[in-house]
Structures are given as C-alpha cells and as structure tokens.
Design a protein around this ligand. Structure first.
Ligand code: FES
Length: 132
C-alpha cells in the first residue's frame, strides 16, 4: 500500500499551500519561488476575482510575466509579456502567437490558496546558502 508521505524524489505535481486568499488577492501578481530554481518559478495572478497560476518566465524568451499588463479581451483575461508584448491567456496559457505558457492548477480551500506544482513553492526566495 502506498504511504501518503511518499513525496521525495517524485516529480509529481501535488497541491502546495501558498497562503491566505485574503492577502494574496490584494496584489495583481505574486511571484512564487520554486525550490527547483528560477526556471520553475510561478506567477500567481489575481484578476477578475479569480486566481491563475502560470510559469513565471515567458515561453518566448523568459520575460517576467508577473510584470506584464493584464487585459480583458472579450471575457478572456490575458497577460502581456513586458519584453515583447506577446499575449497569454491566463486560464489556458495559450498565446495568439502559437506559443503555450505552462499553467498550473489553483484551488481555494478554507480561505487558503493552493497551487498544484512539482516543486515546493514559496513567497520568499530560497536561500542559495542552504543549497550548497
Ligand atoms: S520574452 Fe515574453 S514576449 Fe518575448
């Protein structure tokens, strides 16, 4: 029988507690640091009363999506990368350029936000001193 604690080494996405929705909803975007390093960081957007989680580095050339503008086009919320202005649908990660940004599941439970991700996520940077 599998034990509930079997997480080490498994590259399996599990629900990661991020923090209280009341606090996280006060900013348009929060950067979630990944324990795997900056290429795996996640943007937690709050727009239109909903949370969305996408990879933080733009699928084009790695631009910081957290700093992008968010626009509502015909009911579809999109973030525009600050580097070359490519659009990405917050819900699907799809861009009209044909690129696809990785999206991650988000759920609200008892007033807390959870993001489904393979790595540990943190609102604070992981100290590189601890890694090596
Ligand atoms: S890096 Fe994002 S559009 Fe080019």
């Amino acid at each position: 029988m599998a034990s509930a604690g079997e997480e080490d080494g498994a590259r399996r996405a599990v629900w990661r507690l991020v923090g209280p929705a009341s606090e996280l909803s006060q900013k348009r975007c929060r950067l979630l640091y990944s324990s795997f390093g900056r290429d795996s960081d996640v943007c937690l957007f709050h727009a239109g009363g909903e949370f969305f989680a996408l990879d933080a580095r733009c699928a084009h050339s790695g631009g910081p999506l957290c700093e992008g503008d968010i626009e509502d086009a015909d009911g579809a919320l999109q973030v525009f990368c600050p580097w070359h202005d490519y659009d990405f649908n917050l819900r699907t990660g799809h861009s009209s350029t044909g690129l696809q940004q990785q999206v991650h599941g988000v759920k609200l439970e008892d007033g807390s936000v959870y993001v489904k991700h393979v790595s540990v996520l943190s609102l604070q940077p992981f100290s590189s001193a601890q890694n090596g």
